[in-house]
Ligand binder design. Structure first.
Ligand SMILES: *Cc1c(COP(=O)(O)O)cnc(C)c1O
Length: 426
């Protein structure tokens, strides 16, 4: 669900004409829809009505201050994975007391900072980390609230780089050791047990792996409740979004058809609420991609067309440094022209960036609109794991980010300059 659509032959974000926006701010340009973010938050929240729950948006999906401020305003908590993310949340007006700190490699500085800010919970990924957090908390005479992250050993059925709930992944504490680690936690003077957590992977397009994981850990959770003071059970993030539509017949218009995602919030809730409501625990959710993925696009301009011996290339001014998902894990982004074009005028081509890497592509051998030099093009569904993974590789300044709400477009982040590129260097 999102608010990108054609109006009078031009792609709009809500009520903003994207051709005019690109003319004003240049390309590559990230554009986010505030109302899509709001709708996504509210739709998930409403689907869970009746369940004692709280949404903690996973900041790493899109950490722009404007996005965080909008979600904080809706009452969202935050799932963070670094001290820098906590800093952003606070800067955006988010409440540290609604922040959970995940990740396998928290440093002493990050732990101290998070304790000082009074975060809700540290999600513990190993016995060694538990012991260390206790000692850091002891150093500043405080107590660290914790949840153990359990690895339920289920197959999320997603790309191996974004699977996190199998025994061979680096994440979480294996099912068999969890009781022991809780027992140890209960004896540490600077640790307060607060909950239990899991996160099995990202871009899940069916409720089945979630159900399987919850069913696997439920007996353990009930068991632990008997001996420890648990306040919450976090079932993590991972709800998938629609990136790709079969374009075999008809126009490439999935964004105007507004197809139901394979795993809607309602379907997710329908399967999980009955399992969770009897627990008498607060249920936390940590959606990232679901919240922002379809709420953003990357606008780019075609620089050149090139007919190679084996292939046709369309070279655009965005590169893998701006959007690395296709190179990193075969991420799919629909490619459409901002000017609505003749749907029969298509070509099989690679759409590539200017970076000196053969992995610098947005699609390979895909049927795309046969656009030419100067044409403004949109890479759809680029609101999550997109700008946050951007880099300065090839000494390219980071693109600007715009947040649209209705007819208003605000700069959420300025485009970097060459001077920014060398800031701090000696
Ligand atoms: C990345 C992450 C999430 C968010 O995952 P999505 O697939 O974007 O919903 C949630 N929880 C943890 C612990 C994560 O690392």
């Amino acid at each position: 669900m999102h608010q990108f659509h054609y109006r009078d032959g031009i792609l709009h974000c809500e009520d903003v004409n994207l051709q005019l926006l690109a003319a004003e701010h240049g390309t590559p340009l990230y554009v986010y829809s505030a109302n899509t973010l709001r709708e996504n938050y509210q739709r998930l929240d409403q689907a869970l009505t009746g369940l004692d729950h709280h949404i903690a948006y996973a900041v790493k999906a899109n950490s722009n201050l404007s996005v965080l401020r909008l979600l904080a305003g809706l009452g969202s908590g935050f799932d963070i994975v670094s001290g820098g993310e906590l800093f952003r949340v606070i800067k955006a007006g988010g409440n540290p007391a609604l922040c959970s700190f995940a990740g396998v490699g928290k440093t002493a500085e990050e732990i101290t900072y998070a304790l000082e800010q009074g975060i809700y919970c540290f999600n513990i990924e190993s016995l060694a980390e538990l012991e260390f957090i206790s000692s850091v908390a002891g150093n500043i005479s405080t107590v660290a609230p914790v949840a153990l992250r359990i690895n339920p050993n289920v197959d999320a059925g997603t790309h191996k780089y974004i699977s996190t709930g199998k025994a061979e992944n680096k994440f979480g504490i294996d099912h068999e050791s969890v009781r022991e680690v809780y027992a140890r936690a209960s004896k540490l003077p600077h640790i307060q047990i607060r909950g239990i957590q899991m996160h099995i992977g990202s871009q899940l397009t069916s409720a089945t792996p979630f159900v399987e994981a919850v069913e696997r850990v439920l007996p353990l959770v009930s068991d632990l409740q008997a001996s420890h003071d648990l306040e919450f059970f976090s079932i993590g993030g991972g709800i998938g979004i629609v990136y790709e539509e079969a374009l075999a017949s008809g126009p490439p218009d999935w964004w105007t058809r507004q197809e139901e995602p394979p795993l809607s919030p309602e379907v997710y809730a329908h399967h999980l609420v009955p399992l969770l409501e009897s627990l008498n625990l607060k249920i936390l959710l940590e959606p990232g991609r679901y919240m922002s993925g379809n709420a953003g696009i990357l606008l780019t301009t075609c620089l050149y067309e090139k007919k190679g011996q084996a292939k046709a290339f369309k070279i655009v001014d965005a590169g893998m440094n701006d959007l690395i998902r296709p190179a990193l894990y075969d991420g799919h982004h629909e490619i459409v022209t901002v000017r609505e074009c003749d749907v029969t005028n298509r070509i099989t081509a690679d759409v590539v960036g200017p970076i000196c890497e053969s992995g610098d592509f947005f699609c390979q051998d895909r049927e795309v609109p046969d656009f030419a030099k100067g044409e403004l093009v949109a890479l759809m569904s680029a609101g999550a794991y997109s700008f946050t993974m951007a880099s300065n590789y090839n000494s390219r300044p980071l693109p600007a980010e715009i947040l649209v709400s209705g007819a208003t477009a605000q700069i959420a982040r300025e485009r970097q300059t060459f001077t920014d590129l060398v800031a701090g260097e000696h």
